[in-house]
Design a protein around this ligand. Structure first.
Ligand code: HEC
Length: 104
């Protein structure tokens, strides 16, 4: 690696670290719970990869535990991916969703 590309690499690394810090104390990169559901959960759960989770009155504690710990084919999501505030919003959205929301 020459000197210039090393400096470019350093700048990129510093920018990434700064971006990570900026999102640590809010819902971060996500605009809303609906966005997380649509872009993350819906990627599998609205596509028959995972079971339908909306409109089933699933317990909030259960949804949260599955998201944080994973379960067989369901991946676990860490605090750095979906922080606690953002997760609370998604859990509320999923657990209180009406049955009709499952049918897109
Ligand atoms: C990569 C695909 C994938 C993504 C992304 C995903 N899930 Fe899942 N999820 C699954 C699969 C597959 C299962 C079924 C696991 C099993 O039982 O083997 C599952 C199971 C679940 C269950 C248990 C459902 C039941 O019938 O008991 C809940 C709750 C759940 N997921 C919530 C979520 C939430 C909330 C998100 C978004 C933060 C999410 N999942 C993102 C694949 C995914």
């Amino acid at each position: 690696m020459n000197c210039l590309s090393f400096i470019r690499w350093l700048t990129t690394a510093a920018a990434l670290v700064a971006a990570g810090h900026a999102s640590a104390d809010s819902t971060g990169k996500w605009q809303s719970s609906q966005e997380i559901y649509d872009k993350v959960c819906g990627y599998c759960h609205e596509a028959n990869v995972g079971p339908v989770i909306t409109g089933r009155n699933l317990m909030p504690e259960y949804i949260q535990a599955i998201v944080r710990n994973g379960n067989r084919a369901m991946p676990a999501f860490r605090e750095s991916e979906i922080n606690d505030a953002a997760l609370a919003g998604v859990v509320k959205l999923v657990s209180s969703s009406p049955a009709a929301a499952a049918k897109k």
